[in-house]
Design a protein around this ligand. Structure first.
Ligand code: HEC
Length: 174
């Protein structure tokens, strides 16, 4: 083993002085703003980041039936996966947390559905479809009216029941 060390050292020296190394590490090509936009999809509680588009509960119902009900049950009542409607009031750590009894911001619903659902095909929905599904789930929970349109202006205004149930550590960041 000992005799190999000078060889490794020599190899490192050669690498260090090579032209490629002198130019610095290869970090790839600069990212294109359009490529970046495809990944920059976070939505803040106040609605910052919400895209153009809109949808109503009536538009969301058939999309839900086709793409979501097989896991979340008919009309969001739960099935193989979590119910997206209802939920008993939270009493302790063991209580089941749901959109209606726990989530503080309606904008999170848009963010979550857009980035993660349907489970087997995330990022496959259009923004209009996500707004419609958000409207549908909010209306099923009676947090919005049946005919309310959800868009970048209306969605942040929906007040979730547990809105004030959190201690905000950095209020100025919201
Ligand atoms: C193949 C099954 C599957 C399909 C289809 C699916 N989901 Fe989900 N969904 C999940 C799983 C798994 C989770 C995360 C674990 C959990 O909460 O059960 C989840 C979580 C969620 C949550 C968060 C629930 C919570 O209270 O934490 C929402 C909202 C949601 N899905 C909406 C949708 C919508 C809208 C669709 C249709 C576009 C959809 N899902 C389709 C499996 C699925």
């Amino acid at each position: 083993m000992f005799t190999r060390k000078p060889l490794i050292f020599a190899a490192l020296l050669a690498l260090g002085s090579s032209a490629a190394f002198a130019q610095g590490p290869n970090l790839g090509k600069p990212i294109d703003p359009a490529e970046l936009a495809a990944w920059d999809i976070s939505i803040l509680p106040d609605g910052t980041g919400l895209p153009a588009g809109s949808g109503t509960s009536a538009q969301g119902a058939p999309i839900y039936a086709q793409k979501c009900a097989m896991c979340h049950g008919p009309e969001g009542k739960g099935g193989a996966n979590a119910a997206v409607v209802g939920g008993a009031p939270i009493k302790d750590m063991e209580s089941v947390k749901t959109i209606a009894n726990f989530w503080p911001y309606a904008t999170t619903l848009f963010d979550y559905i857009r980035r993660a659902m349907p489970w087997q095909q995330p990022r496959s929905l259009t923004n209009d479809e996500v707004y419609a599904l958000t409207a549908y789930i909010l209306a099923l929970n009676k947090l919005t009216g049946e005919n309310d349109t959800m868009d970048a202006k209306t969605l942040p205004k929906v007040k979730m029941p547990n809105r004030d149930g959190f201690i905000i550590r950095f209020p100025d960041k919201i």
